[in-house]
Design a protein around this ligand. Structure first.
Ligand SMILES: [Zn+2]
Length: 383
């Protein structure tokens, strides 16, 4: 059995309208001044106003930083830091998608420990205790609410820096499925595919262990069987809740096993072509499953056993091939591209992209060893 070191760092509070409890939960943490990190879309959706009212009822002073962008960069963190320096919060609240939550964590690293974001690239770089943080996801995607990692891109080089430290884990995650109902359809599609890729990638990493497998399997069961439903019935709160919990479990799976080659292949696409993360990873995933399946087919069959007999799910005996075809069908259902040529990627750029993919830390956890040559072959199969 693979050894593990596991502690659940984050209290999970779930249920429709659980956002109304943010004030009470913040007060329990002894909060006097809360800084909400979010984006303008979330403010416009009205979620920030609800959180502020709940906080103010507990006599908690509040400030809002609504400058988190998709794929947040060091610029976003710097802008958030300006507000944090003058306001001096004792609690950070990441309210929004993965970008808002990661941006809040980024601000937390720099505010609590000094220096600049680049100093925290890697694992365990925090030098001081960090502010408590509450995460309130409005998408069912990254699972950042359950992780100690923040993904922040260097504004100059566009390199995605994974900055992780257990001290950066959220103290509380509020999972209110009603918040995810307001997502635009494209966001539901992109974040849902990303969460599914997290379940599948974590299931087979070199670091997989009894803890990560538990969370990967539950994530897969919830996400794979509810994704089409939330696309077809956006107001179905039960299916939204299943997706939200699935994404959170997948986040915990990442925390315990890391990711794999799909994310290594996706990152250069985002850096070069600005391809949305969910599109890039969803497009690459079926090809990575086929590639890994040549050596690890029994693992994929075992994953499919967990959803055997559920309407529309692949036969476990079909293994990596059946899983890859099923994943492609989900990407199509989400109205996303299934080929690189359909995303504006030039064929002659593939070697350069493969060079970038081979440098991605996340690729080192892929079950089958990857190098520039094998990653290029996966890109070619996806082109
Ligand atoms: Zn991802």
């Amino acid at each position: 059995m693979q050894p593990f070191d596991f502690e659940l760092k984050t209290r999970m509070v779930s249920g429709s309208d659980s956002i109304l409890r943010v004030g009470e939960l913040a007060a329990e943490l002894g909060t006097k001044k809360a800084m909400v990190v979010t984006d303008k879309g979330i403010v416009a959706a009205g979620h920030v106003a609800i959180a502020l009212e709940s906080l103010q009822k507990q006599n908690i002073e509040t400030v809002v930083f609504d400058g988190a962008h998709e794929n947040p960069t060091t610029k976003d963190v710097d802008a958030g830091m300006e507000i944090a320096r003058s306001f001096e919060p004792d609690l950070l609240i990441g309210l929004g998608g993965g970008s808002s939550m990661d941006c809040a964590k980024g601000v937390n690293f720099v505010y609590s420990c000094g220096g600049q974001m680049q100093d925290y690239w890697g694992v365990g770089k925090a030098t001081k205790p960090m502010l408590p943080m509450i995460a309130i996801p409005t998408t069912a995607g990254t699972g950042s609410e359950m992780q100690s990692f923040a993904l922040i891109s260097d504004a100059e080089t566009h390199v995605k820096m994974a900055c992780g430290d257990k001290k950066a884990s959220c103290r509380i995650a509020i999972l209110d499925p009603k918040l995810t109902v307001t997502q635009p359809e494209a966001v539901t599609a992109l974040t849902g595919i990303d969460a599914i890729s997290h379940a599948v990638e974590t299931w087979v990493t070199k670091k997989r262990n009894p803890v990560s497998l538990l969370y990967s399997r539950e994530a897969w069961k919830l996400l794979a069987t509810n994704f089409s439903t939330v696309l077809q019935q956006p107001d179905n709160v039960e299916a939204r809740a299943a997706m939200q919990l699935g994404a959170a479990w997948a986040g915990l799976a990442i925390e315990n096993s890391m990711l794999g080659a799909s994310h290594a292949l996706a990152n250069p696409l985002t850096a070069t072509y600005d391809t949305a993360h969910g599109q890039a990873v969803g497009l690459m995933l079926p090809h990575v499953v086929r590639f890994n399946g040549e050596q690890f087919d029994p693992w994929y069959r075992e994953l499919l056993l967990s959803t055997a007999g559920v309407d529309g799910m692949p036969d476990p005996a079909s293994g990596a091939r059946g899983l890859a075809d099923f994943l492609t069908s989900l990407v199509e259902t989400a109205k996303l591209a299934t080929q690189l040529s359909g995303c504006g990627v030039e064929k002659e750029k593939l070697p350069q992209l493969a060079e970038g993919a081979a440098k991605q830390w996340t690729g080192t956890f892929n079950p089958r060893d990857v190098d520039q040559e094998s990653l290029l072959s996966v890109y070619e199969s996806a082109w």
